[in-house]
Design a protein around this ligand. Structure first.
Ligand code: KG4
Ligand code: ZN
Length: 564
């Protein structure tokens, strides 16, 4: 009997994400608080042979210590741009820092209409690729979703996700390139998500990007998944280009629709964050998730309500909520007494579960729950949404109405929480910017960006629109298909980082080869640096929230810390 979310191989989506982070990190990480995880490296082989960073020529701006032992975040420092801020770690995906011949006098890469970047995304359960120009034209995009695969197990199963990425990646990249009518040798660079996410999934995209870059001599741009979610709000309309070497900071703002500094509410399956974005790589985290992210809460609630989650728990719950009364249940709006910008959805989730058990009956176990949904032993959990046929038509209608009311009431409380935290974060962001005079004033808050998978939700979009307009700010919402994971956001983050010189020269033959097998009993795998747990920025001093200690273990340094 196949059951929802039970049995050793089955993990709920959110738990799978979290557990996989822990488990995979355990498998691959060196014991001593590593700064960078090298996935696939045999630990003993790693100890014998120099790591990728040790193989590099004394790299300008690259941290030279082997992965896992650096006491400070590895940093790219461009010699030709000593005044430029340090915007993030040098990574080791490529053979060395970008060649000086690519950089202008300020250490930047001239980027514009003729710059063409391929972006690759494989951090969770969507295989995405896209080709975007330096002035923000999306030439081609392709996506393979795994919703149906994981719905069958009640959530994302990391091994299955990896397999699905492996079988989709070549085709997705080929489709994006074909749609763009660009051949790989004509690309300017390849950008790829290196974290945060599931290590075994991230690896698939990174290996593909490294192979392409090696084969065609292209620079490689490591990208932070959540930064990509935020920066997709800056994808331009092809109107502007800083093709010339005369680009200045003002041009940065002209690159896209959300000028810096902006406030971003990032809501996805694994993250709930409010960040003040002052520039590329310059993020202050005003609030984060103390427990579940909102996407997780949507996914779990959808499953508790027995919905067909093949197309995603969030969209299924949103659709059901449209038929319900948001005031039918008074679910608690989380953290009202805490006057900060953190999020918590665990209490709301429990309240919803109790309401379901009270008004719809407690499923004795997963199988009973499946039966209650009208699924037989051989049915896939994704195949139906039917009630037990033994219910009378009247009872079925009552249950359906209850489920819709619970969905609508859950959504109302969940989105109210977003609203309250975002309202406070706008005030915090403005206060920060007002006090922010060093090295120069950052300017006024330009807009509110809402991005990440949950930002495709119509209620979230409408509610946050009202919050922004009440504060006199524009709301910038990426189109729904760029809110959920996609290649465009990675390609665009790649454009923005490439423009700042934050890329590496093509990987060497050694980096893309699998080490020879010294001991036949042991499997050898190629070394691929990843950051499965990578904070986007440093926490604001006003943010008091503590994350569970299990969540703080083996966390990489922030993408970039903003002082103060
Ligand atoms: O950003 P994303 O595609 O992947 C992660 O980085 O996690 O976000 C996926 C999350 C899932 O939890 C999904 O249920 C949620 O976003 N989601 C939604 C909607 N569409 C996707 N949640 C609520 N309403 C939606 N329409
Ligand atoms: Zn995402």
């Amino acid at each position: 009997m196949r059951a929802l979310a039970t049995g050793p191989r089955v993990a709920l989506a959110a738990d799978a994400r979290r557990d996989a982070h822990h488990r995979v990190a355990r498998e691959v990480a060196a014991a001593a608080a590593p700064r960078r995880h090298v996935v696939g490296a045999r630990r003993d082989a790693h100890a014998r042979s120099p790591g990728p960073s040790a193989r590099w020529p004394p790299p300008r701006g690259f941290a030279t210590g082997p992965p896992g032992v650096a006491s400070a975040p590895p940093a790219v420092v461009r010699a030709s741009a000593s005044d430029a801020p340090d915007r993030g770690p040098g990574f080791g995906l490529g053979s060395r820092a970008l060649d000086a011949s690519r950089l202008d006098a300020r250490g930047r890469v001239p980027v514009g209409a003729r710059t063409v970047i391929l972006g690759i995304e494989t951090s969770c359960d969507d295989t995405g690729a896209a080709v975007v120009t330096g002035d923000g034209r999306v030439l081609g995009e392709a996506l393979a979703s795994q919703g149906e695969i994981h719905a069958r197990w009640g959530g994302v199963v990391p091994n299955l996700a990896r397999e699905a990425h492996e079988s989709a990646i070549d085709d997705v990249v080929a489709r994006a390139l074909a749609a763009a009518n660009v051949s790989p040798e004509n690309l300017s660079a390849v950008a790829v998500t290196v974290g945060p996410g599931l290590s075994m999934c991230l690896r698939v995209g990174v290996v593909k990007a490294q192979d392409l870059c090696h084969q065609h001599g292209l620079p490689i741009v490591p990208v932070h998944h959540m930064e990509a979610h935020a920066l997709v709000a800056r994808v331009g309309d092809g109107e502007t280009a800083n093709e010339s070497n005369e680009s200045n900071d003002d041009d940065d703002d002209a690159l896209g629709r959300a000028p810096f500094p902006f406030l971003a509410l990032l809501v996805s399956g694994g993250h709930n964050q409010l960040i003040l974005a002052r520039g590329v790589g310059e993020y202050r985290v005003l609030g984060g998730a103390l427990d579940d992210a909102l996407g997780e809460a949507y996914d779990k609630t959808a499953r508790l309500l027995g919905l067909d989650v093949g197309g995603g728990g969030g969209p299924a719950l949103e659709a059901l909520a449209r038929r319900g009364d948001p005031k039918a249940y008074r679910f608690p709006v989380p953290l009202r007494r805490r006057k900060d910008c953190d999020f918590s959805y665990a209490g709301l989730k429990t309240a919803v579960r109790l309401a379901i058990e009270r008004d719809l009956g407690k499923p004795a176990d997963g199988d009973a729950f499946a039966r209650a949904r009208g699924l037989s032993d051989d049915d896939d959990a994704s195949e139906g949404d039917a009630e037990d046929p033994s219910f009378s038509a009247e009872e079925t209608a009552r249950r359906d109405a209850v489920r819709a009311d619970i969905a609508a009431s859950f959504q109302a409380a969940a989105v109210k929480h977003l609203e309250e935290r975002t309202r406070r974060a706008i005030a915090w962001a403005r206060e920060s910017l007002a006090n922010d005079t060093k090295p120069e004033p950052s300017g006024n808050l330009s807009c509110v960006v809402v991005a990440g998978g949950v930002a495709s939700n119509a209620t979230v979009r409408a509610t946050l629109g009202a919050v922004a307009s009440e504060a006199g700010l524009p709301l910038v919402l990426p189109p729904p298909r760029w809110c959920t994971d996609n290649g465009v956001m990675v390609a665009w983050a790649g454009v923005e980082r490439f423009a700042l010189g934050l890329a590496e020269e093509a990987p060497s033959a050694e980096q893309v080869s699998t080490p020879t097998e010294e001991e036949p009993s042991r499997k050898t795998r190629r070394e691929v640096p990843l950051l499965p747990r990578w904070p986007l920025g440093t926490k604001d001093a006003r943010a008091t929230g503590e994350v569970k200690s299990s969540k703080t273990a083996r966390i990489a340094p922030p993408l970039r810390g903003v002082s103060g």
